[in-house]
Every structure is written in structure tokens, then in C-alpha cells.
Design a protein. Structure first.
Length: 647
């Protein structure tokens, strides 16, 4: 067992003090950083990655750092909070900007890295704002070596360590040696991991007695011990100053754990073998290793179990883009150790799927959505009314107001959504709905197309690059499992293209399946829909959402069983409207008590009549909003009363 004695009955498992930055990763693999065309934004910084990774593994982490009072600072705190990490101790700097890091993936051995940290916020963390009461609520405190490099960060670290010692908190040092952050290299040499320097060694050694656990690579122990290229001599120099447990990270070889005397040969130390995988990106692997190690130790696992998880976390992250966002979840680790994984990590489709669906994400256990992504229907209305198409965007913004009104009147916060197109008609309405905490869907199909075509593009993956991640990709496919082979295969190929595009873009996918009327016998609809859903699962397509016509209770029960078997992480199903009368839809909700049905997405039933009269100037703006909101409210009431329709 681990000799580290973590106190029990504390509010937080681990507090992380140190670097918290925004990572901007080049999206072009094999490219010089100079040639990068686009960047992906992630949470970064060694301490931020650790807090994120430990939270992702299900523990209660907390962040102690500092960010700017601007968009990037809010991005970091919101990202941590979404993952379950406490951010109450993240200070906000009124003057300094949040740190940035630019990173590239040139080849297996070249990872250009530039730290944009000139007088940045996290290096100005204020010792006076470190809370003793907060640290007293923690079981462990981890500090990055970078925060021993300046007088201000050193003072903050000393203060936190003093409180931790007083309250029996286990103290951990991630040596995290970056020569550029100690002023030892040119500013463009951020990828340089080792430069010997007596001053750095002295400053580190002054602090080593304060820690119970020291973690670092061989090079990091060189700098901590002060004996370049002699690991055993460096470890002995460290041991002379500290009785802490030493964990030496050795890459693909795994790691060594030294609790007592230093052996004559590093291979004689207790060694826990690593995982051999194909490396895409070594950046963040150490943070992933430490996340797995600390999460496991805090769960009471021994060194063998903890290092096994730590090595697996490191192996998974080196095979992926990014640092924090690449961190595995417990479900991924369960698959990793199941014996069923693909030895080639980036080819393991189940691992990739679990990474996407088992991480923290907003919950939508009830969903009431007003759909007005229609295009051809609105065009027909304006032609019937004899007015300009320019009025359609105005109308769609009024429909957003109607949804907002019902959100307020029916306390739908966290349960309301809209489905809006992003073309000429819906762009303004879509922008006004995005970013306010609603469920927001956006169509991708060419209206009425069969076989399926995408609207405005032949390359749907290229189009999704420009979509906000929060927008759910909605695709309506007119599909029947008994379609002719040629038609069915073409439809399936298009859906497959879309599925792969959303896996790359990060957008969720809502697949709306409507059976062609001419092919559907009355009374067989539910069975045909279930066959269609099963067919897409057979193809490996696992959308986050299904949008389906109303079914009987048994149909929903069969769908629930199918989803539980094929993809238990599926969000569920929502009911579509098909322009059915309000009363019909309200009555159909009574059949939808199965938990697989999360709500409804209804369009023309709510707004068609009022919109035509608005185009004909028979209804003013306020009247339109009032009438559509009343219809929407009727369906919300029916949905919420479906378990007891007599109320």
C-alpha cells in the first residue's frame, strides 16, 4: 500500500496550485508552427491539466491560480467547472492577461512550443489570497515547480504549503521543469526540457523538504538533484534533503517508485512498466500520468494499481491531440483494461466513442424544443402572402422571443431549446439563441432531398469547422430499411459521412428518421422505425439523439431496450411534430412515459398559422409572439402532465 496518509472526511481530494493557461494547438499534424493554418483551443497549464484530469476521473479537485478578467480567463474557469473542479480559489487579475501557449505537432520528436507568459495572471497569484480554511478542507495539495521560480509565486507556494503542513494535507511537487520559464533559453525554445543550472537547483532544493511526494522525469530529477546526466547521484542528492516518496517517470519504460534508500541502479528500484503505444503528441502525457496516479492513490489503491492507471492515462494522452481534453474517463480506463481494446489506440472506435460520450457534458433530462429550422415552408408562406423573403429573418427572431417567454413563464431553464437553420433565413435568430444555455440544434440536410444531400455544401466536414460546438447537428433523412439497395446504400453513406464529420468537429448529432409514406403500411410504423434505428447502429453510427414520430408505449419500450443494448450513452429520443394538431400531439405524449423519451421538438404546429397571418399583416409582432408562446406553453404543459393526463 502507499505510505502516504491522506486525511479522510475532507471536502476536496486534491487542490492544485500553479500554471493555468489556454493552449492553442496547431490542427495541422506534420507542420511547422510557422505554417499552421488553424488552432484548436483547450485548457492547459500543468496544474490546470492535473485539476481537470483528476476531476474527470471522478474525484473532487480544486484549482488555486489566477486568470485575467477577460474571455480566456472565463473559458478556463468554465471548462474546469464543467468538469467538476472547484474554481472558487481562482483569483481574477484586473490588469494582467491569462497565459497562452502555442503548440505544434511537427513529427514524433518535434513539438514546437511557445509560452506567451509575459507578466501573465497565473504568475501573479497572490499569497495573501490563499485561504487557510480552504486548504484545511483538502486531502492533498499539488504544486508545480514553475511556481517556485519567482518571488511572488514562491511566496504563494510557501503560504499554501505552510497551511497544508499545519492541517495534515499531503504535499506533492510536480517538478515540471521548463527552462524557458526560468529564463534559461530564448523565448521561442519552449520545447527544451532540460538545461542544467545551479541557481534553479538551489531554489528547488530549498523547497524539497516541504513535500511528501516528488514526481518528475529523469531530467527533472537531474535539475532537482543538481548532477547532470547522473540519475542515481541526483536522486541521492534529493534524498539527502527529503524523505518524500520519489516517482521517476521513464516514458515508455513506465515509472519507478522509491520510498526509502536510493538503489545503486535505477532498474533495481520498484518499477512499474508502461504501455507501448504509437505517439502522436507527448505534450500533456506527464500531466495525465500524474492525474491517474493521484486519483488512484486518493482512492486508496496501492502503488502497483495506481501506477498502472497512471501509465495507462499517459499512454492514452500521447495518442491524442491536446492535453486536458485528451484525458481519459473511468469508462475509457475500464475499456482499456478489459482485454478487448485495439492495440492501436487511435483505431479503437469504442475507446474514441467512450471518450466523447462519457466525459462531463450538459445534461438534458427533459427537453422542450421549438423547431423553426424550416426553409421551404417559410418561402411558400411569403409567396402566398405576396411579401418579401427579407421578412423571414425578422420572423425567426420573433420566434426566439416566444421561446424565451415560455422559458420564463414555465421555468424551463435547462430544459428549453430551439431548432434553427443557419442560412439566409435563420442566421440572426441562431446567433441570438446560441450562448444563452439553451439546447440549440441546426439542420444540415437539403430540404426534401432523397437521397440525402447536405444543404449548401458537398463537404459537410468542412462546413462544420465553422459551427460553434454547442450547436447540435440535426439531419432529417427520409429512410426505410426496405428501400432499394442502391438508394439505401447511398442514404447510409451520407449519414456515415455526417457521423464521421461530427466525431471530428465535436458537435453532437441528432438523427431524425421519417419513413416515406408510400412504403409504410398502417400499423407497422413503429416496427419499421425500430428496424431503421437498428440498421444505423449496425453501421456503427451512434448519434447522441434520435428524433422520431410519436409511437405507442410498446414502441418506445422497444426503442429503450435497443438503445441500452447498442449505446447506453445515447441521450435519448425526442418526438417530432409533422404538423399534427396540438391536441393530437398532446395525446401522443401520454404514450411516451418511457425514460428514453426526453421531450419533443415541434415546429409548424406551433407557428404556421400565426406566421402566415403575420406575413399578411393581420397580426403584429407582439401578437405573433403571444400566440406562438401560448401554443408552445400548451405543449409544455401536456408534456409535463403526460404521466397523469387527467390533470
Amino acid at each position: 500500500m502507499s505510505p502516504l496518509h491522506f486525511p479522510l472526511d475532507r471536502k476536496f481530494d486534491l487542490a492544485c496550485l500553479g500554471r493555468l493557461a489556454v493552449d492553442l494547438y496547431s490542427q495541422q499534424f506534420g507542420s511547422r508552427l510557422e505554417d499552421a493554418r488553424s488552432m484548436a483551443m483547450y485548457l492547459g497549464g500543468s496544474s490546470g491539466n492535473l485539476a481537470f484530469g483528476v476531476a474527470r476521473l471522478g474525484l473532487r479537485s480544486a484549482m488555486i491560480s489566477r486568470v485575467g478578467n477577460e474571455h480566456m480567463g472565463r473559458f478556463l474557469t468554465e471548462t474546469l467547472a464543467q468538469e467538476g473542479c472547484d474554481t472558487s480559489q481562482v483569483q481574477v487579475d484586473p490588469e494582467r492577461l491569462t497565459a497562452l501557449v502555442l503548440l505544434g505537432l511537427k513529427d514524433r520528436d518535434t513539438f514546437p512550443l511557445i509560452f506567451m507568459r509575459e507578466n501573465c495572471a497565473d504568475m501573479a497569484v497572490d499569497a495573501a489570497q490563499i485561504s487557510e480554511d480552504f486548504i484545511a478542507q483538502c486531502r492533498a495539495l499539488a504544486i508545480t515547480g514553475t511556481h517556485l521560480s519567482t518571488p511572488g509565486t514562491r511566496a504563494a507556494s510557501r503560504t499554501a504549503l505552510g497551511y497544508a503542513r499545519k492541517h495534515g494535507v499531503v504535499r506533492v511537487l510536480d517538478i515540471d521543469y521548463r527552462p524557458v520559464l526560468w529564463g534559461l533559453t530564448s523565448r521561442g525554445a519552449g520545447e527544451n526540457r532540460y538545461v542544467p543550472d545551479a541557481r534553479v537547483t538551489q531554489q528547488l532544493q530549498e523547497m524539497l523538504p516541504e513535500f511528501d511526494l516528488l514526481v518528475g522525469t529523469e531530467e527533472e530529477f537531474f535539475i532537482a538533484g543538481g548532477v547532470a546526466d547522473d540519475l542515481i547521484a541526483s536522486l541521492r542528492a534529493v534524498r539527502a534533503l527529503s524523505q518524500a516518496t520519489l516517482v521517476v517517470k521513464r516514458g515508455a519504460l513506465g515509472c519507478c517508485v522509491i520510498e526509502g534508500a536510493i538503489p545503486d541502479n535505477i532498474d533495481d528500484a520498484p518499477t512499474y512498466r508502461g504501455e507501448r503505444v504509437e505517439v502522436l503528441n507527448v505534450l500533456g502525457a506527464g500531466d495525465a500520468f500524474l492525474s491517474g496516479l493521484m486519483a488512484s492513490l486518493l482512492q486508496g489503491k496501492d502503488w502497483a494499481q495506481s501506477t498502472q492507471v497512471a501509465n495507462a492515462c499517459g499512454a492514452i494522452v500521447v495518442s491524442r491531440h491536446a492535453c486536458s481534453a485528451a484525458m481519459p474517463t473511468p469508462a475509457e480506463l475500464e475499456h482499456w483494461f478489459s482485454g478487448a481494446r485495439n492495440p492501436k489506440v487511435d483505431a479503437d472506435q469504442q475507446l474514441a466513442h467512450l471518450h466523447r460520450v462519457s466525459a462531463a457534458r450538459p445534461q438534458w433530462n427533459e427537453l422542450c424544443v421549438m423547431a423553426f429550422d424550416h426553409r421551404s415552408q417559410f418561402l411558400e408562406m411569403v409567396r402566398e402572402a405576396g411579401v418579401s423573403e427579407a421578412r423571414i429573418p425578422v420572423l425567426k427572431k420573433l420566434l426566439v422571443q416566444a421561446a424565451e417567454q415560455v422559458e420564463t413563464s414555465h421555468q424551463l431553464q435547462g430544459h428549453v431549446g430551439v431548432l434553427i437553420d443557419g442560412g439566409d433565413y435563420g442566421t440572426d435568430a441562431l446567433a441570438s439563441a446560441t450562448g444563452r444555455g439553451w439546447w440549440v440544434g441546426r439542420p444540415v440536410e437539403l430540404p426534401g432531398s432523397r437521397p440525402l444531400r447536405f444543404d449548401g455544401t458537398r463537404s459537410v466536414g468542412s462546413a462544420l469547422v465553422h459551427w460553434p460546438t454547442e450547436q447540435v447537428v440535426k439531419c432529417l433523412v427520409h429512410y426505410h430499411p426496405d428501400d432499394s439497395n442502391a438508394l439505401r446504400l447511398e442514404q447510409e453513406q451520407r449519414v456515415r459521412e455526417l457521423w464521421e464529420a461530427t466525431r471530428a468537429s465535436g458537435n453532437e448529432l441528432l438523427l431524425e428518421v421519417i419513413l416515406p409514406k408510400a412504403m409504410t403500411l398502417r400499423g407497422s410504423e413503429d416496427a419499421s422505425v425500430l428496424r431503421a434505428v437498428a440498421r444505423f447502429y449496425n453501421l456503427g453510427i451512434k448519434p447522441e439523439w434520435w428524433k422520431l414520430a410519436p409511437m405507442q408505449s410498446q414502441g418506445w419500450a422497444d426503442l429503450h431496450a435497443l438503445i441500452q443494448e447498442r449505446d447506453p450513452y445515447c441521450r435519448g429520443a425526442v418526438i417530432l411534430g409533422l404538423n399534427q394538431p396540438l391536441n393530437y400531439l398532446a395525446q401522443s405524449f401520454a404514450q411516451a412515459s418511457n425514460p428514453v423519451v426526453k421531450g419533443f421538438m415541434v415546429g409548424r404546429t406551433l407557428w404556421a398559422d400565426a406566421s402566415l397571418r403575420w406575413f399578411q399583416n393581420e397580426l403584429d409582432d407582439a401578437g405573433l409572439v403571444r400566440e406562438v408562446a401560448a401554443n408552445f406553453a400548451t405543449l409544455v404543459d401536456a408534456w409535463r402532465g403526460r404521466m397523469n393526463p387527467t390533470l
